[in-house]
Design a binder for this molecule. Structure first.
Ligand SMILES: C[S@@+](CC[C@H](N)C(=O)[O-])C[C@H]1O[C@@H](n2cnc3c(N)ncnc32)[C@H](O)[C@@H]1O
Length: 177
């Protein structure tokens, strides 16, 4: 960890050296991980198809999907993330938006809905400023473009409800539809 601040407080108490198991696979299917066994899920998926991560078609590459199938895939990712998390623990996802025909496509909102749908509670929506949006910035700097630069991403932090937890007090932070 590299930090400008003192992080020693993170190690206060009884520090237990973690054991590390590394699996390679598809975020839609975490079958090598047991139910309720994980303390934190941190994920950074493609933003639908706005950047392609594979040249040719690679099965399972979420960046090869158009918006609707991408959202269906993210629903599976949300479901699996919730399954493997221990009750009460958190899942963080970094996700951004795009623009089509000079109009905003709020991928982040649609992904947020998938995570709420599977039962997560929204704990935080942290805005990450984006500094190197090459393609958008070049266009935005031109004089003939009448739209704003997309200069942020969302780091959503969800919490899996604790066992038996009443959700009524979080009713405005859970699925609302
Ligand atoms: C926005 S990038 C995240 C990059 C990451 N933050 C890093 O620094 O390496 C999205 C990543 O998701 C990967 N990806 C695409 N489909 C996936 C899937 N089905 N399961 C897991 N990862 C996938 C891509 O290969 C790419 O590395």
């Amino acid at each position: 960890m590299v930090s400008r601040n003192d992080t020693s407080w993170l190690l206060r108490g009884n520090y237990v050296k973690p054991s590390i198991d590394l699996f390679q696979g598809d975020a839609r299917n975490l079958d090598l991980i047991k139910d309720g066994s994980i303390d934190l899920v941190a994920t950074h998926p493609p933003y639908a198809g706005i950047i392609k991560y594979t040249g040719e078609r690679v099965p399972g590459d979420l960046s090869s999907l158009k918006l609707e199938p991408f959202l269906a895939a993210m629903r599976q990712v949300a479901d699996e993330s919730c399954r493997v998390l221990k009750p009460g623990k958190h899942c963080a996802i970094l996700i951004g938006d795009t623009r089509k025909h000079k109009h905003c496509v709020p991928i982040s909102v649609r992904v947020l809905e998938q995570f709420l749908d599977v039962g997560f509670i929204l704990r935080e929506d942290i805005i990450k400023i984006q500094h190197k949006m090459k393609s958008t910035r070049e266009k935005w700097r031109g004089t003939k473009y009448d739209f704003y630069m997309l200069a942020h991403e969302h780091l959503y932090v969800f919490r899996k409800p604790a066992t038996g937890e009443k959700l009524s007090e979080f009713k405005n932070s859970v699925k609302w539809r």
